[in-house]
Ligand binder design. Structure first.
Ligand code: PRP
Ligand code: URA
Length: 207
């Protein structure tokens, strides 16, 4: 699974364990999710290209560097929005698109209900975010939609992935890297990741 990248940084693993804990309540869950996302984004943007700009310090003028390519962040509604703040803290100039999907509880297939994107999607680095990669259906459709809209430089960022989802995603979109903080054991019969962290949307929003 060459497009899978597990980010094992100790600070990420430490926060992920607290995120998984059933005793972590909504408020702390949201905070941890944002902090974790910021650490992950720091790691996955390492190779973003830079360009030279002239900058004047209080003492003299020099050549500094800035990001050369716009960044578009696309959360999958709902749970992906819990990761927004973490990315925007690090890349305040990022634009934000939205993809609305929910899993039909019987079929576990994603149902699309919303899609809206900033105009520079085609030339941007696009990060699709969703905390969970379970069967892979939502992420696969999310990438389908981004490609349909013309995005070419796409990364998928989640926090917990199941082997079943990674395989399904890699079969359909081998060109898109998956970044996760953990590859868990398996899915249960309801499509929940084991050991996982439960229903991410419910834990973020207290539903
Ligand atoms: C969750 C999660 C992913 C999806 C993952 O969302 O946030 O979007 O399930 O499962 P999959 O890999 O099997 O598609 P859910 O459909 O529960 O919607 P929500 O974010 O509105 O709670
Ligand atoms: N969606 C979640 O929120 N959690 C899971 O374990 C699987 C899908």
């Amino acid at each position: 699974m060459s497009n899978l990248h597990i980010i094992n940084h100790p600070l990420i693993q430490n926060k992920l364990t607290r995120l998984r804990d059933i005793n972590t309540k909504n408020h702390n869950f949201r905070l941890l999710l944002e902090e974790l996302t910021a650490f992950m984004v720091y790691e996955i943007t390492r190779d973003y290209p830079l360009r030279d700009v002239e900058v004047t310090t209080p003492l003299e003028t020099m050549t500094g560097k800035v990001l050369d390519t716009p960044v578009v962040l696309v959360p999958i509604l709902r749970a992906g929005t819990g990761m927004l703040g973490g990315v925007l803290d690090l890349i305040p100039t990022a634009r934000v698109g939205h993809i609305g999907l929910y899993r039909d509880p019987k079929t576990l297939k994603p149902v699309e209900y919303y899609a809206k994107f900033p105009r520079m999607l085609r030339e941007a680095h696009v990060i699709l975010v969703d905390p969970m990669l379970a069967t892979g259906g939502s992420a696969i459709v999310g990438i389908d939609i981004l490609k349909r809209e013309g995005a070419t430089k796409i990364q998928f960022l989640c926090l917990v992935a199941a082997p079943e989802g990674v395989k399904a995603f890699s079969d359909v979109h081998p060109d898109v890297p998956i970044y996760t903080a953990a590859l868990d054991r398996e899915l249960n019969e309801h499509g929940y990741i084991l050991p996982g962290l439960g229903d991410a949307g419910d834990r973020i929003f207290g539903t």
